[in-house]
Design a protein around this ligand. Structure first.
Ligand code: PLP
Length: 451
């Protein structure tokens, strides 16, 4: 439903091509074909303007945790819009939804993450976290601690700070580079593990961080930022030995640890937060996406006592914030979304259903020569496509086979994303067994067509 309603002969494709700049898109090739116009959603299914029913194996962009069409969220937004559609949280004001959400999130979060700052996107949350980390050290009289350590294939959003912290070289090449950022290797055992066991490789990857700190000097480093599982980088799941070691290294070198849980937050990994799944006790945590199941933009930065005490009691004014920090409608939707996540036990469900899904994928795809590894935690996972399963050799032109496979999925009315030649998935946490079986069957058809 679009208002004003265009005439029946309105050309949506032509208007899109002429006027709409899509994010992360090559516009020339995009408009050589048709743009698929999504018109509706219910449960785990989307519909498009050609009448197709598409199984969304990505929950939108890793965000629609509770599935599409949840009336509870519509009601929460409607009620709040009718009562108070907007008021800011600057200048000694607040609204009830933002206070209630700060209280509830900090009660749910692990450790001493007792303070919440709000923004609208994951990128803004990351910017905020990095600004907080640097402000913390400036306030403590150590302004030289400025460098942010990130990882190759890390994704921390698309603002310039976030893209510089991330490890996506294509973004760096287009100008998203800044001074005072450095990167280390990802804990990508399948890709880089060679002959090492996962446990050995986890320690090896953590050691690269320690070596980088020695090279740069801890006195210049403000924070290490990492996603518990690197999502957009290809669902890189670290071996169990990795995070405890990273935690130790950060602590010993007095470097803040920022867990970017924009994807892993709110049940995706089988616990409410990825930090719980991997035993991380971060100083700062960034959240977005499933905080509202994507129904309305909202993000949060949770801050532990150590950093918050300094920011609250010593910094004075923190010169940072957004018009929509703590938007009341978004906060009301988040509260209703948390009700669903908790009352339906979706985190625990993700763990059980994820194990089932990986079992079914292994049955259907395990013998295909092109499939090198099927991995996952909770309801986030990946299927590695390989040129040689024995040696785990990558394809020569990386990304080509993945793109072909993704297009086959899409043609089979299944949304899965390709990261290089790794197929990644993160369906709504509400997915049923029958829907999962359908997802596996469609993925198997697409991968078989790719070989
Ligand atoms: N951080 C992580 C880990 C993400 O995966 C993303 C988006 O995918 C972001 C930050 C940026 O979030 P947004 O696109 O809402 O700005």
């Amino acid at each position: 439903i679009v208002s004003p309603i265009p005439t029946p002969d309105y050309d949506w494709q032509a208007a899109d091509a002429a006027h709409h700049l899509h994010p992360f898109s090559d516009h020339k090739s995009l408009h050589q074909g048709r743009v698929r116009i999504i018109t509706g959603g219910e449960g785990v299914y989307l519909t498009d303007d050609a009448g197709h029913r598409i199984l969304d194996g990505m929950a939108g962009l890793w965000c629609v945790a509770v599935g599409y069409g949840r009336q509870e969220l519509v009601d929460a937004a409607t009620r709040q819009m009718q009562t108070l559609p907007f008021y800011n949280t600057f200048f000694k004001t607040a609204t009830r939804p933002v206070i209630a959400l700060a209280d509830r999130l900090t009660a749910m979060a692990p450790g001493d993450l007792n303070h919440a700052f709000f923004a609208s996107s994951g990128s803004e949350a990351v910017d905020t976290a990095l600004r907080m980390a640097r402000t913390y050290w400036i306030t403590r009289g150590k302004p030289g601690k400025r460098i942010i350590l990130g990882r190759e294939y890390g994704y921390h959003g698309s603002t310039t700070l976030g893209a510089a912290a991330g490890g996506m070289v294509d973004m760096h090449r287009q100008g998203a580079v800044l001074p005072d950022f450095a990167h280390v290797m990802p804990p990508y055992w399948y890709g880089y593990g060679g002959q090492m066991s996962p446990e050995e490789f986890g320690l090896y990857a953590a050691k690269q961080i320690e070596d980088k700190i020695r090279e740069i000097g801890a006195k210049s480093i403000a924070a290490f930022i990492g996603e518990p599982i690197q999502g957009a980088g290809g669902v890189i799941i670290p071996p169990e030995t990795y995070w405890p070691e990273v935690q130790r290294i950060c602590r010993e070198n007095d470097i803040l640890l920022i867990a970017d849980e924009v994807i892993t937050g709110f049940g995706r990994t089988g616990r409410m937060f990825g930090s719980e799944t991997f035993g991380i006790a971060p100083d700062i945590m960034t959240l977005a996406k499933a905080i509202t199941s994507g129904y309305i933009p909202l993000s949060a930065v949770l801050v532990g006592d150590r950093v918050a005490d300094v920011l609250i009691n010593e910094t004075g004014e923190f010169y940072h914030g957004f018009t929509y920090s703590g938007h009341p409608v978004a906060c009301a939707v988040a509260l209703a979304n948390l009700d669903i996540l908790e009352s339906e036990g979706l985190a625990a469900r993700a763990e059980a259903k994820g194990a089932r899904l990986r079992g079914k994928l292994a049955e259907a795809l395990g013998d295909m020569p092109i499939v090198g590894e099927i991995r996952g935690v909770g309801l986030i996972g990946a299927i590695e496509l390989t040129a040689d399963r024995r040696t785990r050799r990558f394809f020569e032109r990386r990304g080509r086979v993945g793109t072909i496979c993704r297009d086959h999925c899409f043609a089979n009315d299944l949304v899965m994303r390709a990261v290089r030649d790794t197929m990644v998935f993160s369906p709504p946490l509400t997915i049923t067994d029958d829907e999962m079986d359908e997802m596996v069957a469609r993925a198997a058809r697409a991968i078989a067509a790719t070989q």
